[in-house]
Design a protein around this ligand. Structure first.
Ligand code: UTP
Length: 297
């Protein structure tokens, strides 16, 4: 099978309850880090990795997400007429080619595995990427690009992995390692949200995957797993039994869990500080805030 990865699925059909009331009217993926919505970070990362087809699995109330990818012709011509070329370039960099985006509806939030399965008909017999936009990764070389490069050597199925503290492992899918080769590990088992002290390692799966279409066939059974949801982890783990071809990839970069409030705030600070035009003023503010807090304690 080809090892060229040109399609990516973006599951964005979750309810985003941790961000209520904001997510009552705006999709979580439209929330912004500095001035770019989470989804834009995900799209930029996918493009850097060579993705050409972008498949969104959406649900009710995600209209703003579809609108975001429309070309804003009126706004573009206003900026052009006003000579605001830099802003125009920023705006145009978000434009997507006609036909490059597809939207599939997940009618009920039955779990991440089910969301990925919903996009199955658009995948066919080729490997595909899955990107969870609420995992934002700051990296010199974008995470999915690192994985696509590693995948050229391995083929099979690859999940992004990172070390987490033992007491946090039960919030993740966790890898049972067969062989640790450094950045790459071969995997002999995967457990979604293991009970405390039952995690097979502290190497957790985060929201980047390169998968074979076999995983979609495994999802056909629509078996529920942890939390009563149809889990992507279980369908990937099935491939260990079927083909023994699953790898974890320790990416280089810092991952922020923007699906949680604390992670989102940390990402805001990190991405704010990374902007040269904001850095000095923002840092000064943070230092002052910290001093005021310390004095008050
Ligand atoms: P989360 O576990 O973060 O769930 O989903 P959520 O619904 O988005 O947010 P909370 O927990 O209620 O705050 C992880 C990813 O899987 C997608 C989500 O959109 C998110 O990108 N997902 C999850 C689906 O697309 N469909 C589902 O049924 C479940």
């Amino acid at each position: 099978m080809t090892r060229k990865v040109t399609k990516a699925i973006f599951p964005v059909a979750g309810l985003g309850t941790r961000f209520l009331p904001a997510t009552k009217s705006i999709p979580k993926e439209i929330m912004t880090l500095v001035d770019r919505p989470l989804i834009q970070y995900a799209i930029d990362e996918a493009r850097a990795a060579g993705i050409e087809e972008f498949i969104f699995v959406t649900s009710r109330g995600k209209g703003a997400l579809e609108d975001y990818f429309d070309h804003a012709h009126e706004l573009e011509s206003n900026l052009r007429n006003a000579g605001k070329d830099e802003l125009l370039a920023v705006l145009q960099s978000t434009n997507m080619d006609s036909g490059a985006i597809a939207y599939i509806r997940q009618h009920k939030a039955l779990g991440l595995g089910h969301a990925v399965w919903c996009a199955g008909r658009l995948i066919g017999e080729e490997p595909f990427a899955v990107i969870l936009p609420d995992d934002v990764i700051a990296a010199e070389k974008p995470c999915l690009q690192q994985m696509v490069e590693a995948y050229q050597e391995t083929g099979g199925n690859m999940v992004a992995a990172m070390e987490v503290p033992a007491d946090k492992a039960s919030s993740y899918g966790v890898l049972d390692i067969r062989e640790d080769m450094g950045a790459l590990v071969s995997v002999k088992g995967m457990v979604e949200k293991p009970k405390a002290n039952e995690a097979p390692s502290n190497l957790a799966v985060i929201g980047r995957y390169i998968l074979s279409p076999n995983v979609l066939r495994n999802l056909d059974r629509k078996q529920t797993g942890a939390g009563g949801e149809i889990q992507l982890t279980d369908a990937i783990a099935q491939e260990i039994t079927n083909s023994n071809d699953v790898y974890g990839y320790r990416f280089r970069g810092q991952r922020f869990d923007c699906g949680s409030k604390a992670g989102f705030l940390q990402a805001t600070v990190a991405f704010g500080l990374a902007r040269p035009e904001l850095h000095d003023e923002f840092l000064q503010f943070l230092v002052e805030m910290t001093q005021v807090r310390k004095a008050a304690e």
